[in-house]
Design a protein around this ligand. Structure first.
Ligand code: KIV
Length: 269
């Protein structure tokens, strides 16, 4: 017998049904507490491997281990009730073969209880996407600027600046859609190309630095909250959390130093 939760999470078919309808709202989250806030407004939450750079100070996402994704995935699932939770497959956990990808994707889903995984790559990952989806693992694809390939791409560069590069990216979008992905992230892509792809395929496109023409948008939460010293040019910063934290820590440090730190009575209300 199973106990039904009163609040039901968004499902993969519900996200897919947004195609051409109301835009999909999504953000990344890595912890239970921020995820609980994002959960009120987002259709899905991505536990992105950007956590390696944003939270753990890595230079790229290449060094992120599977266990770290699982640990943060568990925290985000615990902190949320409504949004579909998608967990990134880190570099090295899926490229080798469909079988390896299945084993690691199943591990992520079993241990975190997330609803889907995301992996990077277009045509070259189509066989793996088909293998996973045919075996019950919902896949969100990610094409255009794919940070796990930044060493090959020579950094983080907007894709499709030259029109002769468009057909390969369009072919990637078509390949992941036909292989069974339920949505695809378009990262760092010129607007006319993102708009063209969005019209060409029948799964939702989720843009990040790829214009408002997509079926939905995603941003890295810490970027839009103003927590990072550097943010990509396309990011609108909606909060000033970095300076708010700075002010709070500075005031605390001053109060400790001049012994004006609150007394026990004031602290333990
Ligand atoms: O890892 C991540 O946060 C992502 C988003 C930028 C889409 O993949």
């Amino acid at each position: 017998m199973s106990i039904q939760n009163k609040i039901r999470r968004n499902t993969v078919p519900q996200i897919r049904a947004h195609k051409g309808q109301e835009p999909i709202v999504s953000l990344t989250s890595y912890h239970a507490h921020t995820a609980a806030i994002v959960d009120k407004y987002a259709d899905f939450i991505l536990v992105g491997d950007s956590l390696g750079m944003v939270m753990h100070g890595m230079d790229s996402t290449v060094g992120v281990p599977l266990d770290l994704m699982i640990m943060h995935g568990k925290a985000v699932v615990r902190g949320t009730q409504k949004a579909l939770i998608v967990v990134d497959m880190p570099f090295g956990s899926y490229e080798e073969s469909p079988g390896v990808a299945f084993r690691n994707a199943a591990k992520i889903m079993k241990e975190t209880q997330c609803g889907a995984i995301k992996l990077e790559g277009g045509s070259r990952m189509a066989e793996t996407i088909r293998f996973l989806t045919e075996r019950g693992i919902p896949v969100m694809a990610h094409i255009g600027l794919t940070p796990q390939s930044s060493h090959i791409m020579g950094g983080f560069k907007t894709q499709g600046r030259e029109e002769d590069g468009w057909p390969a990216i369009e072919a990637d979008a078509k390949a992941v859609s036909e292989a069974g992905a339920f949505a695809v992230v378009l990262e760092g892509m010129v607007e006319p190309l993102a708009a063209k792809i969005t019209k060409q395929i029948d799964i939702p496109t989720i843009g990040i630095g790829a214009s408002a023409e997509c079926d939905g948008q995603i941003l890295v939460l810490e970027d839009m909250l103003g927590l990072n010293e550097w943010t990509p040019k396309f990011v609108k910063v909606y909060g000033e959390l970095g300076s708010a934290i700075d002010r709070a820590v500075k005031q605390y440090a001053e109060e400790v130093k001049d012994r004006s730190f609150p007394t026990e009575d004031e602290v333990y209300r």
